[in-house]
Design a protein around this ligand. Sequence first.
Ligand SMILES: C[S@@+](CC[C@H](N)C(=O)[O-])C[C@H]1O[C@@H](n2cnc3c(N)ncnc32)[C@H](O)[C@@H]1O
Length: 531
Amino acid sequence: MNPRAAKALSAMGKLGISPETVRPVLKNLFKLYNRNWELIEDDNYRTLADAIFEVQEEKLTAEKKEVRINEGSGASFKKPPSGGVPEDQVSSTTSGVQKGSSVTRIVESSSASANPTNEPRCFATDEAPSGSKRKKPVQENRFADEGNSSAQPKRRALRLVDESDDSDEGNRRAIVLWEKQPEENSPIFAIPTSPIPKASEKASYRKNDITNGTEKVKISLVGQTSSNEDLPRFIYSPENTIYESAYLHISLARIADDDCCSDCIGDCVSSSIPCACARDTGGEFAYTQDGLLCEKFLDACISMKVSEEKHYKFYCQDCPFERAKSAHMPEKCKGHLSRKFIKECWRKCGCNMQCANRVVQRGITRKLQVFLTGNDKGWGLRALEELPKGAFVCEYIGEILTNIELYERNQKNIGRDKHVYPVLLDADWATEGVLKDEEALCLDATYFGNVARFINHRCFDGNLLDIPVQVETPDRHYYHVAFFTKRKVEALEELTWDYLIDFNDESHPVEAFECRCGSKYCRDVKGKRKV
Ligand SMILES: C[S@@+](CC[C@H](N)C(=O)[O-])C[C@H]1O[C@@H](n2cnc3c(N)ncnc32)[C@H](O)[C@@H]1O
């Protein structure tokens, strides 16, 4: 036996996976990666292990699923036997076939004319909700270059959103397909899918990258499912997107010349005289040259949010948040925290992308991992490396909703979906004046979001702080929400932030959960809570 194959079998053996299970998957990966052992051995055989788990998950779901291909084409999926695509189905067309252990569907396309654009022909990995009519899926193509090796096949991520029941947000589902670019006229190509497993499957997840290649770094997911720890269904996105009615106007023309630094070159933060972009933060940049938050700025933000809450509260005369709950009889405003903003350089600025005043817009750079917390909080987020105080972790990404949309969405979902806690974009309502409904916004990561949707709440002493960040628009009714470490955080320590939930506010659109944060300052004091 090839010594490298023997080593792979032995590495999988240590994870308790038998050689019989490994062999067919390994064989397919080997072909998929054009005999490139390095890609298989990379990261301690991670790709191989992931491929094996995916095949096992697929086996579990296969009996329940019947997947249909592009209605009207008459073609249908065939389920390959475990271990990927059988040789006999691909041998005559090897060049056009992406084979591998993660291949779960084979699409037969009768000819190029049947599918002249070579667009993907299939989507459903799950049954439509009963009684609903399946509509044409909304399709968004995104090209993702996976890995640096030229030997690795170029893959295209296709996101298909099944909006089969648009009266029910909870039933929207995202299906992510990975497809090798089919070669010209190739009659058969295979599409591996990333099925979102069901609770009952009790499968082990060891997903390589929950971001589907949309972030600069991979973010793994580890954990064991159980009946109440199902992986939430959502679409991963590295940036906010308007749901429907939110008003948000981004244009270069709206950034005044004296609100940017078009004359700067290189890095603004290392310049001896701070440029215009430091004006909003009192003439000093919020960041250090190392890309961390300045201690003074961070400490001021912490104290505004936590210790002196009352001093920084603004009470609206006509509160858009209360108006959303009841337009005719709005309750009195309960107050909004006025917050300090970071202002980053942007496109009209002359500095480069490495300028230390561009941190949040460069995206996630730390090694993060989604994991099962094991203490009734569901999934959580942690870093695989030590994080210094003031380090940027990630943005809170979600759908940009008006408060009215949020309220309506939550009314529909009462008692159904487990909701991610939304973030109200009210940090500068004090100076925005009277806001129209379409300008009073929030972010909801329930169906569409990034890794921040996994960050759990901790009363008062969470290790992260959410800070408003102005990037591309001077209007502060829309801004970014970025998480920074409040102190040094050890590797593998759970990352948490204070959602600022009022556990007694029964009128909040999202029902508060029973807090299990474990903090000695826990505000959920109803007595029945157990950590
Ligand atoms: C933003 S999500 C966090 C990720 C979530 N744990 C999951 O598994 O998807 C917020 C939800 O997590 C749970 N959660 C977060 N913090 C919690 C806490 N301190 N105690 C109990 N549940 C918590 C609640 O169900 C809450 O609605």
